[in-house]
Design a protein around this ligand. Structure first.
Ligand code: FAD
Ligand code: DLZ
Ligand code: SF4
Length: 508
């Protein structure tokens, strides 16, 4: 009897659990381009093109193996626009007896799938997504009974489990973490290699036309699309990163520079998230470079930690805590998202640069997301759901399981410190230290108050004043609250006044 193997747009891996044991003669792989997925938030145009073009290429590569693929395109007649309805139509078309699917990455879709077996009157097998380095059960076991779910401890267990950068049961080189060596700003003399971009092939161009037709009002530039859309291209991108960028990845991990949109970052997250690359092979490629003496341990450890540590950890938190996780608003933030998040029109140069790069590339590197757009939203008290929607829209790598914990937890502290022990609030001097943005800004990071002052400066203290009740007992906030405690009344009044005037001037 016929089994339908339903493959989603972020499951483009040949090793996918739902493709195992496929019977070439009877089984059909079903893939559908649906309006609902392009619009549950109004994704960046490049993100939609990336997913749809990569889906079409993946379908072709399955077909070239002799697999039957039933593929519904966005503009096909009769396309109902939703996962459920399209699967329903496919079941009738093929008189299927069974559906097999790999669990989706997002709660929203997992919830949708719950009713399918009953609705279609046939077995719907939902298999674990074992492309991750930690299973749900492993993460739950680790989390159970712990008061404190810090990433660092999870990461150490994962290092041990995989025997990666281990010297027996000790970390290779004697340290678990080399971050103290990873905080350099970029000297003028350092040349940053070009991004390894990819040309737009016929498949991509066809999708681009459809996306312009249906989603022209979505955020983002499309002409500059240069993403890899096949596994072969993604492997080239990985190879390029390991050879050209990884050796300096650690040194400049936290640095930002005008007109350098990628620095030494890998730009691999979209490929890992949609399945063109697997997290294990990406880590192994970096580990091989270390073993062969091609990259220093600080760079390789730093890189592996992002994937083996952070990426797995946020996924664990997401599934442990959803759906309630998204609902908390510990700091009771309520301001709407300022308009400039969409237009880039602000005199604050760091924000303008980051948002323009985001528009251009559907990408910003981690420290821009964290310290520029994230930090501003935190300090200004923007309502978490609005910030989360923005992050889910604007980045090609954004899928809720990874976006939400980073935004809600790490950046906005909306979970009250479950994920990060303190909010990542920073004033203008940190941005000035790690970037060259301030040189060309209307504001001055060294001025604390008044019209020329960098808004991050007074907004930082205003944030501490506004959240005093909620944050001052946090041991990691002791230092700033002691400094605040030494400020005189007049200064505090000025901080609040300047902040309110600035915030009231924001367009929404
Ligand atoms: P690199 O700096 O080269 O890092 C290597 C890899 O490590 C990345 O490809 C990614 O797979 C992984 N990684 C690094 N940091 C994290 C992290 N904090 N959480 C999970 N994985 C990580 N990443 C996403 O993949 N999707 C998102 O939707 C997303 N939203 C974010 C929202 C905010 C507010 C913040 C602060 C971070 C977010 N990140 C997200 C994490 C991180 O910023 C991106 O993974 C990274 O910038 C991708 O670029 P890269 O591939 O060049 O990363
Ligand atoms: C992001 C996305 C988009 C834009 N379009 C599709 C689509 O047409 N068909 C599809 O199968 N998947 C798409 N995706 C990815 C899904 O949103 C993703 O698989 C779900 O979020 C589940 O994690
Ligand atoms: Fe950003 Fe302030 Fe520097 Fe301007 S002065 S670029 S607003 S940190």
């Amino acid at each position: 009897s016929k089994t339908l193997r339903f493959v989603l747009g972020d499951q483009l891996s040949r090793s996918l659990s739902s493709l195992r044991g496929l019977d070439l003669e009877h089984d059909v792989v079903v893939m559908v381009e649906v309006h609902d997925e392009a619009t549950y938030v109004k994704h960046h145009k490049q993100k939609i093109v990336l997913v749809l073009s990569a889906m079409r290429h993946f379908a072709d590569s399955l077909r070239s193996e002799g697999i039957t693929v039933d593929y519904i395109k966005l503009d096909d007649t009769g396309n109902t626009g939703s996962f459920g309805d399209e699967l329903g139509r496919a079941i009738l078309r093929h008189k299927a007896a069974r559906v097999v699917v790999t669990e989706p990455g997002e709660w929203r879709v997992r919830n949708m799938m719950r009713g399918w077996a009953e609705r279609f009157g046939l077995p719907v097998e939902i298999l674990e997504d074992d492309r991750f380095l930690a299973s749900h059960a492993e993460f739950e076991n680790w989390a159970e009974g712990r008061k404190n779910l810090r990433m660092e401890f999870f990461y150490r267990e994962m290092r041990r489990k995989n025997a990666w950068l281990m010297d027996g049961d000790k970390p290779e080189g004697g340290q678990w973490n080399y971050d103290t060596e990873n905080r350099k700003s970029i000297p003028r003399s350092v040349r940053i290699p070009e991004r390894r971009g990819f040309g737009q092939d016929a498949v991509t161009r066809e999708v681009m036309i459809q996306v312009e037709k249906h989603y022209s009002d979505h955020f983002g530039d499309l002409d500059s699309f240069a993403w890899a859309v096949t596994r072969e291209e993604a492997l080239e991108a990985l190879d390029y990163f390991v050879s050209n960028l990884l050796p300096s990845f650690g040194d400049y991990q936290d640095a930002m520079k005008t007109d350098e949109d990628f620095i030494f970052h890998s730009i691999l997250s979209p490929y890992i998230n949609i399945g063109l690359l697997e997290p294990r092979e990406v880590c192994e490629a970096a580990l091989d470079a270390y073993k062969n003496g091609l990259a220093p341990i600080a760079a390789v450890e730093g890189f592996v930690r992002q994937i083996l540590g952070w990426r797995e950890y946020v996924r664990g938190i997401y599934w442990l805590k959803m759906p309630d996780y998204a609902k908390s608003n510990f700091l009771e933030a309520s301001r709407p998202l300022p308009d400039f998040y969409w237009t880039g029109e602000t005199d604050m140069n760091c924000l303008q640069q980051t948002i323009e790069a985001t528009h251009r590339n559907a990408y910003a590197h981690h420290i821009q997301r964290l310290m520029i757009t994230g930090n501003f939203a935190l300090l200004a008290g923007v309502v978490p759901s609005a910030v989360e929607e923005w992050y889910l829209i604007v980045y090609a790598d954004a899928f809720e399981w990874v976006e939400l914990p980073n935004t809600h937890g790490m950046v906005l502290h909306a979970d009250g410190g479950f994920l990060g022990s303190k909010p990542y609030a920073a004033s203008g001097s940190y941005i000035n230290r790690m970037s060259d943005y301030c040189k060309n800004c209307a504001f001055d990071p060294k001025i604390k108050l008044g019209p020329k002052a960098c808004p991050f400066n007074y907004l930082y203290w205003n944030f501490l004043i506004r959240n005093k009740e909620r944050l001052q007992s946090n041991p990691r906030m002791g230092m700033p609250y002691r400094t605040l405690g030494r400020m005189d009344e007049e200064k505090l009044k000025q901080i609040v006044q300047d902040s309110e005037a600035f915030l009231e001037g924001l367009k929404h």
